[in-house]
Design a protein around this ligand. Structure first.
Ligand code: NIG
Ligand code: FE
Length: 407
């Protein structure tokens, strides 16, 4: 039998809401790990005797706060190059849409990504991944969408998978072929959607895809085009997600909900109807304060509506070179509170329990018996402190599958 590892001398934010808070806070708690799973969690004073024998290994958490490993459930972190020039253009008055329509935007990153070989893409992306891990991320979703041709989409997804092998993190991959129309299909977006649909079976067969996403927007794809991608995902047995209602209301959320989407993301322009549809389908709302901030949007996502319909909210970096060149999930916690007025309890749930749900992962996101032992120890006195500080990184220690890792 594998030994029990007992961590004590810490407060534990299980992130399973209870009567007193959304943190599920246990003061002076103990967490028992066996193998890669949590075996028991509760107040130290109630630690069952079976765990107290000489066969147990004791660890002193030294007064830290323990949380589940953080989950960044929406990133585009595998890409080539950067787009600081567009940042400058926008500061001179151009809008994000104007830059995109003038051949910059996503398509500029597509050029740089196609030019990069696998080793160079991996090296560039690893730096971003590493920054996330240093802040306690133990699960990350990575989308394709800067290749936009079979060979380059496959390359990016392979790089994402390889990062998950090389670093102590679970990587979930999402195919976002319908991110933008590549130059060779300019003016023929329906033909490009045919190509996207045709790419999917082989990518799935190569084990490169966990979920399928699309960018449904005026500068992206129409609901009808999005639906063709979703229909193919359904045929292949893959769950869907959607970049929806970011720059306008295309009614994408309701469409995604019809396909039982795991999540709809961005959502600044989400309508009441969309919100109701998401609630009925159990779809998570992934809010992306980095993109809102960086594009200087003024329209806030309808948080009150999401609360009223009890749509679970997740928070993510949206790490990408155009709208959110961000590798700090802790900063997103702060921005979710300051910009979107989420409570720290909602924000922390948004990078743990609800982020797991946005990825369809039932085995993580809370610290309760049976869950994966992905755990972070923080040098803070209260969970709210993780949301409150700007630019601090109080991470002391990360355990992945019960094992202490260096990041
Ligand atoms: O999530 N909205 C579409 N995609 C990205 C931005 C991509 C880019 O500008 O490179 C996003 O915001
Ligand atoms: Fe995105």
């Amino acid at each position: 039998m594998k030994p029990h590892h007992i961590w004590s001398h810490c407060d534990i934010a299980t992130c399973l809401p209870d009567a007193s808070s959304g943190y599920g806070l246990i003061r002076d708690g103990a967490l028992v790990i066996q193998g890669d799973k949590v075996a028991w969690v509760g107040p130290r004073s109630q630690l069952p005797e079976i765990y107290q024998g000489p066969a147990s290994v004791h660890h002193d958490a030294q007064g830290t706060l323990m949380t589940p490993g953080l989950i960044d459930c929406h990133t585009h972190l595998v890409y080539g190059g950067q787009r600081a020039n567009e940042f400058e253009l926008r500061l001179k008055g151009a809008s994000y849409e104007e830059v995109a329509r003038a051949g910059g935007g996503i398509v500029a990153t597509v050029r740089a990504t196609r030019e990069a070989d696998e080793a160079s893409l991996a090296a560039q992306s690893a730096r971003r991944l590493s920054a996330l891990l240093k802040e306690g991320v133990t699960t990350v979703e990575i989308k394709s969408g800067y290749g936009l041709a079979f060979e380059h989409e496959a390359k990016c997804l392979r790089v994402a998978r390889a990062l998950g092998e090389q670093y102590p993190v679970t990587v979930r991959t999402t195919f976002l072929g319908a991110h933008a129309v590549p130059p060779e299909f300019a003016g023929r977006s329906d033909d490009y959607i045919d190509a996207v649909v045709a790419m999917m079976p082989a990518l799935v067969q190569q084990g490169l895809v966990d979920a399928v996403d699309a960018f449904c927007d005026g500068i992206g794809f129409s609901p009808a085009q999005t639906e063709r991608v979703f229909a193919q995902a359904k045929r292949l047995g893959l769950p869907v997600k959607l970049h929806a209602e970011q720059l306008s209301d295309s009614d994408g959320a309701a469409l995604a909900a019809r396909y039982q989407a795991l999540s709809c993301d961005h959502l600044e322009w989400l309508s009441e109807r969309g919100s109701q549809a998401m609630a009925a389908a159990g779809t998570v709302a992934v809010l992306l304060p980095g993109a809102f901030y960086f594009l200087r949007e003024t329209r806030l996502p309808p948080v009150a509506l999401l609360r009223a319909h009890q749509v679970p909210m997740a928070i993510s970096t949206d790490c990408n070179p155009g709208s959110s060149p961000c590798t700090s999930l802790l900063l997103m916690l702060n921005m979710a509170c300051t910009l979107f007025r989420l409570t720290p309890e909602e924000a922390l749930q948004g990078v743990t329990r609800n982020a797991a749900r946005a990825l369809g992962l039932a085995d993580r996101g809370t610290l309760v018996a049976g869950q994966r032992a992905d755990v972070v120890l923080w040098d803070v006195q209260s969970p709210a402190e993780l949301c409150y500080a700007i630019g601090a990184n109080p991470r002391r220690q990360t355990l992945v599958g019960g094992v202490a890792v260096q990041v």
